[in-house]
Ligand binder design. Sequence first.
Ligand code: APR
Length: 336
Amino acid sequence: MSTTRTQVAIVGAGPSGLLLGQLLHKAGIDAAIVERQSGEYVLSRIRAGVLEQVTMDLLDEAGVGQRMHQEGLVHSGFDLLFKSARHRIDMDHLTGGKKVIVYGQTEVTRDLMDARQAAGLPTVYEAAKVTVHDFDTDRPRVRYETTGPNGTEQHEIASDFIAGCDGFHGICRASAPRSAIREYEKVYPFGWLGVLSDTPPVHHELIYANSTRGFALCSQRSTVRSRYYLQVPLTDKVEQWSDDAFWQELRLRLDPEASAHLVTGPSIEKSIAPLRSFVTEPMRFGTMFLAGDAAHIVPPTGAKGLNLAATDVKYLSEALIEACVEKSHAGIDHYS
Ligand code: APR
């Protein structure tokens, strides 16, 4: 077995793990990341796309905000649609100048991956059988396997802290003692059918639509790429939904103007997401910390998931920097 040493062992190379790695690197702290999927697989996952101020600020702080500012679309409001009439919510005015930026999670992930590569920082992709050990001590360890030319190789990372950034289905939360963890969950009795298409968005901002046929959301990733969602019964299968059927149903849930302006085209991704709200506490188990989807997930309704993950990473990075540099545990003691 090969053993390496690092200050922070990060499990998961989604946005949480990569952003944490980048912020720690900026502070001169050594971190290793292990990810069970390939880099291409991580980049192929279609997820959130609306960044709030906290996320924009953190990406800037991490030194990876350049492309976001160039390519992201700044939104200062959104529309709510009721009974075929749209009402604009002027976020900018109502919050004293706060805006959001539309920039896909995939792009955030790509920028973070590129920055990590440019800095010569390694990420172990396709790490199998990742396990976490001894996080009730100050010498926690992460173990994993890789497949090399000589077959399976065993690895161990000895660290001061473990960051569980491994999403809802990750290993870190699952490894915490059951008696030490409280979970709260609400599973909603419907799903969201999402379509991504290379078509211009129906409106320059988001439209949240309430209709007797069910909820619909008109979102976007760029001026030429749209993301639409329809609320559907959980019993629906994605194969039942042709592109034509999707566009037809979306039209029926929009107001006449939006319906007339809707540009349709082939879907480049189509899936049904079951919606769930889940929160776990605490977010710390000895020397192991949870961040992002590993600790809590929300339905995509309010575009909060990625922003909550970034907020966790903000506090966790500050706490870990304080612990590693100033040898003060005040931050990590308050993290949860
Ligand atoms: N070992 C190593 N890596 C793992 C393991 C494991 N046992 N289990 C999961 N992972 C990896 C996943 O493959 C994934 O790449 O951890 C990563 C977790 O990434 P995300 O699920 O994207 O979670 P997070 O980084 O917290 O980002 C939160 O994702 O679902 C959206 O709305 C949410 O935008 C928010 C974002």
